[in-house]
Design a protein around this ligand. Structure first.
Ligand code: PLP
Length: 386
């Protein structure tokens, strides 16, 4: 079949998940593998949320649902946003999407014309460049460094911004664990205003903060009109498989996004929306339960790292990952990850999956039960020590 250039060039370097696929194949073949790759909470969706979903489906909410999102859920997401950021937010500024990923696609689709430059920060979540290309945009990476805590600097943002249309940022950050400081958010806002950029702020880990405070760039002066916030139930409520998230944006943008949704996904299942509404109505309780194990494992890993010299790392301030610099072992991230998987049955992501600048790193997900995590992390430290 003849395919479009756009779709055949989405991920010119592959999708970055080769090691993950290899580890999954080993698991299917019955080999013991500790998977510290994908950002999938090891806790299941809470039974009370599943009950709400089952009640909704049994009660007949199985037909087409409102394409923008059911009114009660849009209202709950607006109220959550307002409560967490202090920024007045109305239900008309919310659209419910099929997870954060569909929201990222829709936001870029709404902001970019074909050929437009679209900034994103490196290291980046693996799908970012492909998502931008899928909408016809041209991804431009703004590199960050461990020495500056993987926070983008005002100078680097400004240098890349001329002629760009969008700036995609992610705090708390996957893969680095950085939580953007007020100064970083101010630099983002200043660059956006100076160069007339739309900021797409991916905040899907906003309840998973271990150090500092989550600040949304939308909460800074003059930013409501130029920011689209991406949210998701996936990570914060362990609902990855339910595929539900949202975009917060100015009402005029939401009207266009509803039209896009009408012409693409046709909304999110009503019973999934009812379950999300139920979860949000429980306040912070359920999200706190999902976050607690990541905090524990972060502490565990930080403690073990302090006992050795072969690995250097910035203790993550948020999200469910940790980046480790493995260069002192004489290997790059890919070779170290291969060694860990092939000899020790431990799967981690090579840093290059998140951009070439991270080639000397590996990303460890904090997503297996504490005892298995501790054993795997101790092995990882031993392997690094040689
Ligand atoms: N954004 C970031 C930074 C992520 O890490 C992920 C998933 O790993 C997503 C968005 C997409 O998540 P979902 O589509 O499940 O909401």
């Amino acid at each position: 079949m003849r395919l479009s250039q756009r779709i055949t060039t989405l991920s010119p370097d592959g999708d970055g998940w080769d090691l993950f696929y290899r580890a999954r194949a080993m698991v299917r073949a019955g080999q013991p593998v500790t998977e510290l790759t994908i950002g999938e909470p090891d806790t299941r969706t809470d039974p009370v949320i599943l009950d709400a979903m089952a009640r909704s489906a049994a009660g007949g909410h199985t037909g087409y649902a409102d394409v923008p999102g059911i009114p009660a859920l849009r209202a709950a997401i607006a109220a959550r946003t307002e409560a967490r950021t202090g920024v007045p937010t109305t239900p008309d500024q919310v659209i419910v999407t099929s997870g954060g990923q569909a929201a990222l696609f829709a936001a870029h689709m709404a902001a970019l014309d074909p050929g437009d430059r679209a900034l994103h920060i490196e290291p980046y979540y693996t799908t970012y460049p492909g998502t931008i290309r899928a909408t016809g945009g041209v991804p431009v990476a703004v590199k960050t460094r461990p020495e500056t805590g993987f926070q983008p600097t005002a100078a680097d943002l400004d240098a890349a911004a001329a002629g760009a249309r969008t700036l995609l940022v992610n705090t708390p950050n996957n893969p680095t664990g950085a939580v953007y400081s007020r100064a970083t958010c101010e630099a983002i806002a200043a660059t956006a205003k100076r160069h007339d950029l739309t900021v797409i702020s991916d905040e899907v880990y906003d309840t998973q903060v271990w150090q500092g405070e989550h600040l949304s760039p939308r909460a800074l002066p003059g930013m409501v009109e130029r920011t689209m916030v991406i949210g998701s139930m996936s990570k914060i409520y362990a609902m990855t498989g339910s595929r539900i998230g949202w975009i917060i944006a100015p009402e005029t943008a939401i009207a266009r996004l509803i039209s896009l949704s009408l012409n693409t996904t046709y909304g999110v299942p009503g019973f999934v929306q009812d379950a999300a509404l139920f979860a949000l109505e429980q306040g912070d309780r359920l999200a706190a339960q999902v976050a607690a194990p990541f905090r524990r494992r972060r502490e565990l890993a930080v403690g073990m790292l302090s006992q050795q010299q072969a690995l250097t790392a910035m203790p993550p301030s948020g999200a469910m990952y940790m980046m480790l610099d493995v260069r002192a072992t004489g290997l790059d991230g890919a070779a170290f990850a291969d060694l860990l998987l092939d000899r020790h049955g431990i799967a981690v992501m090579p840093g290059a999956s998140f951009g070439r600048a991270a080639a000397g790193q590996i990303r460890v997900a904090l997503t297996v039960p504490d005892d298995r995590f501790a054993t795997a992390f101790a092995t990882l430290c031993d392997v690094a020590a040689g």
